[in-house]
Design a protein around this ligand. Structure first.
Ligand code: NAP
Length: 268
């Protein structure tokens, strides 16, 4: 079930939009009439996603680039602007994750996640800024609960996503004067995603996770897509600088047994 909002004549760019949660977000904007551009590293994933967006009846394009490469992101975003003009909505959610205790995490492993999640987010925001329609543009960063809740074996993700939320709040301050709104969406455990399969790789772990969510279920891509549609719409015209959990109240439960579960996983 998704909320119905009219995004026709709007341009939406979803970076990291070729799989999992972000791909569903891109599809849901397409279903509401937006023309949608997606970006990620793998050209095949980009092509497959554009094909799916076309099948939904949307105008769509994509480019492949690594968010760690500021020049490549700049060039890709310019190519979207050349084809579609200014952007109305930007969703930035490229990320990588793997569990590792701090003492076993190599400096390069820490750097890699910070480079993708945090520096990548800055590269995307910085490159897109000149093309954001103002006022009324909406930027949404896809964060993670590790940013505020310490979890074993996730120090790299925690540091990177905490930085992403800092970017959200600082840009809400700096770019608010242009009429741009910027918010973070913080997904809980989302079913059938790469992210969850990394941290809960067995059916048992997945079921335990679902039970630890106060609302009693895993989230869906639609849950996150609905939050993004809302934040990008006029319904949210006075919401900026918010860090919005979409997690069935998982955070109120300290993410259930996720921390112990991850410790067991990496020590096994
Ligand atoms: P996913 O399926 O692995 O999607 C990640 C996307 O980012 C893919 O499109 C991937 O495509 C792209 N990407 C990865 N590294 C990149 C790079 N260096 N440059 C450009 N693109 C890159 O992930 P997911 O599990 O759905 O998670 C999506 C977002 O939600 C992430 O920001 C994650 O932190 C957040 N989140 C997820 C969960 C969950 O339950 N899954 C919970 C909380 C937060 P390529 O491989 O083609 O680059």
């Amino acid at each position: 079930m998704s909320i119905q909002l009219d995004f026709s004549k709007q341009t939406v760019l979803v970076v990291g939009g070729t799989s999992g949660i972000n791909r569903r977000v891109a599809e849901m904007f397409a279903e509401q009439g937006a023309q949608v551009a997606v970006a990620s590293r793998d050209p095949k994933k980009v092509a497959d996603t554009v094909k799916k967006l076309h099948a939904l009846g949307a105008e769509a394009m994509g480019f492949s680039a690594d968010v760690r490469d500021a020049d490549a992101i700049d060039e890709g975003i310019k190519s979207v602007h050349q084809q579609y003009g200014e952007f109305d909505v930007l969703v930035s959610g490229a990320a990588g994750n793997f569990p590792a205790l701090a003492e076993n995490l190599t400096p390069n492993g820490f750097k890699s996640v910070v480079d993708i999640d945090l520096r990548g987010t800055f590269h995307v925001m910085h490159a897109a800024f000149p093309y954001l329609k103002k006022p009324g543009a909406s930027l949404i960063n896809i964060s993670a609960p590790q940013a505020t809740i310490p979890v074993m074996a996730q120090i790299h993700v925690a540091a990177a996503k905490a930085g992403v939320d800092v970017i959200t709040r600082n840009l809400a301050l700096e770019w608010g004067r242009h009429g741009i709104r910027i918010n973070s969406v913080v997904p809980g455990p989302i079913a059938d995603t790469e992210g969850m399969s990394r941290v809960a790789p067995t059916d048992e772990a997945m079921e335990q996770t679902a039970r630890s969510v106060p609302l009693g279920r895993l989230g869906t891509g639609d849950d996150i897509g609905n939050a993004c549609l809302f934040l990008a719409s006029d319904l949210a015209s006075y919401i900026s600088g918010a860090i919005l959990p979409v997690d069935g109240a998982w955070a109120t439960n300290g993410l259930g047994g996720m921390s112990d579960h991850l410790a067991t996983l990496v020590e096994a």
